[in-house]
Design a protein around this ligand. Structure first.
Ligand code: UDP
Length: 357
């Protein structure tokens, strides 16, 4: 029996882990133990995903959150190491690019336990992003790299990974698997009256929230889009805090700010939206899964194939660019071609590769 210890702690990681945990449970010879670092801990940022997506309950909960990057990563590293000493995993599995990802990978690598990284090879080429630092370091110390796209495989090749002692697998994207698994269960958020046609917006990226001027600029951009079409805005707790603590432009009355929603409600909003505006990595892809155009509130993206195909426009935080892109998307139609993120069997491929390792 191969024992896999998975480390996750943030909302997108629960969503990515859901289909993979399911595939691991179905693959003979694999056993999984989950460590939840506690990076996200609220009911609507954590618990709801375990309930809705039937993720096995974590065996260990570290309760580490609301700290600076160094303190958070350091405390997670120490706690993960002590659990690994008792759990004795054969493989440690990490997802994406958060502090939980790097801490888990580093703890394992130092103990000579092979690390498997799901969502390997992504690059924004912006070293000011904490996520970019986490990705690069995690990839470098991983032995099994599961890439969602060919672009990700190419990034690793360019960085010389072909010569490193690691295995690179092109699997497709596990978030695509999740969207297929759960699409049929999508449900309308309770107590929210939805307009017939609306724009869906999310903002949470540190670069956009730590600088109130950038956030103000985005709000001005969204306010202008809202003159054309109502906006539904499930607000991330980090963004809520900044908006509450600073003198920022008020939201137009055409913007409905709601609490973060569960995954099934998010699928409903995505399916029924006309346009998506986001700085989230995951939501950019989900817009594509549901054939919706996407405005990315950043200057670069890891999901470059969406921009190349014309489904996604990078607009930064400039209200004029945001407004112009929204007008273009709202008045045009796009012919969405399928297949950018695999066949929906990434999780099964990952489980098989783990059992063959
Ligand atoms: N999401 C959600 N509820 C929300 C907002 C987002 O379930 O209110 C989901 C979204 O559908 C996607 C994931 O959270 O699957 C994206 O996470 P996030 O934007 O926090 O992180 P990123 O993808 O940028 O790492």
């Amino acid at each position: 029996m191969i024992k896999i210890v998975t480390i996750a702690g943030a909302r997108p990681q629960f969503i990515k882990a859901a289909p993979v945990s399911r595939a691991i449970a179905q693959q003979e010879g694999l056993q999984e133990v989950l460590i939840h670092t506690g990076q996200h801990f609220d009911q609507n940022m954590s618990e709801v995903f375990f309930d809705q997506m039937e993720i096995p309950r974590p065996r260990h909960f570290l309760n580490i959150h609301s700290l600076s990057h160094g303190a958070m990563t350091g405390r997670m590293l120490e706690a993960a190491e002590s659990i690994m000493i008792s759990e004795k995993p054969d493989i440690v599995m990490v997802y994406g690019d958060t502090n939980s990802t790097l801490a888990g990978a580093l703890a394992a690598a130092k103990m000579n336990v092979p690390v498997a990284h799901v969502e390997a090879g992504l690059r924004s080429h912006n070293m000011e992003m904490p996520e970019e630092i986490n990705r690069i370091l995690t990839d470098r110390i991983s032995r099994i790299l599961f890439c969602p796209t060919e672009a990700a495989v190419n990034n690793l090749s360019r960085e010389g990974f072909r010569d490193y002692p690691c295995k690179i697998h092109l699997t497709g994207d596990v978030m695509y698997d999740a969207s297929i698994l759960f699409e049929g269960k999508a449900r309308k958020p309770a107590n929210v009256r939805l307009p017939l046609s609306f724009v869906l917006a999310t903002i949470h990226r540190e670069a956009n929230t730590k600088n109130p001027a950038r956030l103000a600029s985005i709000i001005n951009g969204i306010n202008r889009v809202a003159e054309k079409k109502p906006v539904i805005f499930p607000i991330h707790p980090r963004t809520y805090k900044v908006i509450n603590g600073n003198d920022l432009p008020p939201f137009s009355r055409n913007i409905k700010v709601i609490e973060p929603v569960g995954y099934l409600e998010m699928l409903y909003l995505l399916k029924n939206s006309r346009l998506v505006m986001t700085d989230s990595g995951g939501v950019q892809k989900e817009a594509y899964f549901f054939k919706k155009p996407c405005i990315t509130l950043r200057e670069e993206t890891e999901w470059t194939e969406l921009v190349d195909a014309g489904y996604n426009k990078l607009c930064g935080t400039d209200p004029d660019r945001i407004h112009a892109a929204a007008l273009e998307f709202l008045t045009g139609t796009l012919d969405f071609k399928e297949g950018l993120y695999g066949k929906g069997n990434a999780s099964a491929m990952i489980a098989k590769a783990l059992s063959d390792s």
